[in-house]
Design a protein around this ligand. Sequence first.
Ligand code: ADP
Ligand code: ZN
Length: 810
Amino acid sequence: MINSTLFPDVQLPAAERARGPFAAVAIERSLDKILDYEVPQGLIDSLRVGQRVRVPLGRNNRPEHGYIIAIGPTSDYPRIKPILAIDDQRILIPPKMMELACWMARYYCTPLGSVIDSILPSAVKKKIGLGWTHHVRLGKSPEEIQAILEKTRAPKRRAILARLLQIKPGESAELIRIASEAGTRAATVRKLVKLGLITITAEPDFNLPPAYYPKCGPEEAPPKLNEDQVDVLNELSPRIAGGEFSVNLLHGVTGSGKTEIYLRCIKQAVEMGRRAIVLVPEIALTPQTVRRFTARFDRVAVLHSGLPASARHRFWHQISEGKADVVVGARSAVFAPMPNLGIIVVDEEHEGSYKQDLAPRYHARDVAIKRGQLESVPVLLGSATPSLESWWNVKKGSGFGVGGSGQEHGHASTAAHATQSQPTLSHATPYHLLSLPNRVRNLAMPQIELLDMKQEIFVNRRKGVHLISRRLEHMLRVTFDAGQQAILLLNRRGYSNFVYCPSCTHLVQCRFCDATLTYHRSATAKARGGSFDEGLHTGQLHCHYCLGVNPLPPACPDCGKKLSLFGLGTQRVEEELARKFPNVHYARVDSDTMRNAGDYEKILSRFAKGEIQVMLGTQMIAKGLDYPNVTLVGVISGDTALALPDFRAAERTFQLITQVAGRAGRGDKPGRVILQTFIPDDPTIAAALRQDFVGFASSELKSRQEVGLPPITRMVRIILRDEDLAKLHEKSEKVAAAFAGQIDAEKSNVKLKGPMPCAINRIAGYHRAQILLFAPTAPPLQRLLAGVRAQKGILSSDRIAVDVDPVSLL
Ligand code: ADP
Ligand code: ZN
């Protein structure tokens, strides 16, 4: 793979050049460089691209971990240090994954070492769960050992020494074997280490015990596909058989049988001897979906955050050896080291959780597409509410160029040039739209009913706080009386999100963030029947940004008068539900109550058995639930997400309402949705009411086009933070100037906005500023970022975050 033409023409005088071969090593700890190292004689035969090694770094040669990204005969650098050791003999990053990592490093503007670091599970790096065997090597020549043997009296030691003489120099033998053949114990053999006669090293045993493939009873016979499904499958099938890259967006309304399509596609791939990766937004929240995969296929590795480290390592190892046919997992499963991939499925492709909010800030859907391209396999994206990015890509009939421009990073390595030449997605990226416009078994779409909360409060003159309207209350009663179940959505946790003083209008804010505090009642007061006042005494104020928790002040800190609670949260709905329906069993599902992966599963199984009549929660309950007895969905406040200062607020609102509405009426009984809102005329609410994704998408795309926002443009967000406001200003002006200068120098068409304060000005004591970059396509942005980075205009430091294709703008 390595050939000399890949290495630069700069040739040093022979005398100054160190002797090759050399290896380019990406240092694991976000060092912004790739460094060349000498390959010592002893490692020449065993060193491979993709291995993890230890190398000396810095003036005092601190040993650091890194990854071999290329091996070649020459290097530009006269003084080169040798690699210290191979940390793991396995090729942890196979060639295609290395290409993917290089692409991510460029595209997401993150050092290659830290990209690879995040691709590999830490259990793999730390070799957790491996058995270790101890190997003995000779520390002296056989002649010396022979001489010692002749002088030794002790019979056990003589036996050991005699046995040692059978080890050839350079070879090793297992410690326990030597001990047993010499008729002694390992501890006795070990004593020879101190005398310098032998060395003992622990070596990993890669025969990992198998990980456990979850199994759940045999599946009922798969359903017979309906006509729409047959059409979709007929279109996909040749693409799977053809083994070519394509991106297929399956837009299917909720309950249209999308998952069944994924299952059939995977079956076809598996029957061809190929393998599949299935990404789901969050394993813990989609147990039903996951079970359908484990029920249909035999070797399904489910990767979830609750796996013990050793199981994680075993799965990873088994997957890399091709011993799993299907991998199901959240975001990071896109890096599963599957050989011979046949298809990648991204379920609920619009989900924000596919974006990682720490560096590398990658989007798993986009990485999946890039991986599909590198491995020449079809990628299947599915959703009832596709992201506007994907929708736009299909609509304009060409790729959105998830491809960098192949620009260089200005790193220090010359050997690394070998990795700079991979393909990028061209404008001809084959995007296809497939649709399932109807629910399976001719089931009706749920009927959505709008409830104007202004009317409810001002016209009906209801006393007190009622988050549940009379209409919703009535429908809940009807539902419970009929022995059916309901889901209530409120996208905000806690009890109330404003604590304020009615006398002086003081609003209690977080000391460290530019945000109001949310009042949470304490767990003890949560017990049903606990009075509101009781809760008040034991509750606390939480900051949802810095996660700080404070006591509720006994009175207004400014004027000493009594504080009031205002605004709504799931705890408050829970309280109201308990008051209105004292005999109904309910469960609250939000990140406060669901602390462990198992909590949600337990609730769901009780819900499935009918032990719980209503589930109330945040967007957690909007995902993938399929319970035929759910006939009513109540959206407590359709407006909550609309108010967020983010250009995707409307898109999110539409998605959330459509997704949660889709939980209703999945059985034979028709479903009904009550959508409460203060702004019934809002176009997003109106589109959600009509369940008109296509209409919503085209009007939303039009307004994004008018103001030049993604997906029509590509965007990069640079977030700076500092405890000192003046320093932040200074720094952000400097960074913005570096970008502006580079834009001029390159005559780039990138538009720069800022620096300006972030929507949330301060988080956890840090002031925040942002710079936004826009361009019609991705390559100019990539070029610009690389250029500014090469000029040291942005350094990898924790106070500057570069977010390419950001999904959140708070
Ligand atoms: P989606 O993923 O679009 O929400 P699912 O694939 O989960 O839809 O399908 C909803 C339900 O309908 C599932 O219980 C599934 O087993 C069932 N189903 C899927 N396809 C068919 C079909 N052709 N006929 C009958 N039932 C089907
Ligand atoms: Zn805070």
